[in-house]
Write a protein of this length. Structure first.
Length: 137
């Protein structure tokens, strides 16, 4: 299993909307960055992803699970990018802010800090555990 972080602007797609999508989950589309798309192509069914509210809030608010691997993104007319399907797993008891992540030297290597514009990124297992503890999961 691999671990990821996926960013969404809450005014476009929020953790509450993801939760309402239910067991069938929702398509994660609209990614137009090649590095993020390549990360999505590496995702496997069962991988867990932090759900991060970007721009508004700037915090990890939940966890979703990959339920369908990469397929052509229907919103991409040029057919260059992919989408995945994810299902809501849980909400963090305590959202983990970008500010608190930056203060923790044990996770200062994360792409969330080093490549702030990247919307889909891998998270190593040790960092996943630290972030789960920070979020009281």
């Amino acid at each position: 299993m691999q671990y990821w972080l996926m960013k969404s602007e809450p005014n476009v797609w929020s953790i509450d909307q993801q939760k309402k999508a239910g067991k069938k989950g929702a398509v994660w589309d609209g990614v137009r960055n090649y590095q993020a798309a390549n990360n999505m192509k590496k995702m496997q069914i069962g991988d867990l992803c932090f759900f991060y509210h970007s721009n508004i809030g700037k915090e990890i608010v939940g966890i979703v699970k990959v339920i369908k691997t990469a397929f052509p993104d229907k919103t991409d007319q040029k057919k260059r990018f992919v989408a995945v399907q994810v299902r809501f797993e849980k909400q963090l008891k305590h959202p983990v802010s970008l500010k608190s992540i930056k203060k923790n030297s044990a996770i200062s290597h994360l792409p969330l800090i080093k490549q702030s514009r990247l919307s889909v990124m891998p998270i190593d297992f040790k960092s996943w555990k630290i972030l789960c503890k920070m979020g009281k999961v």
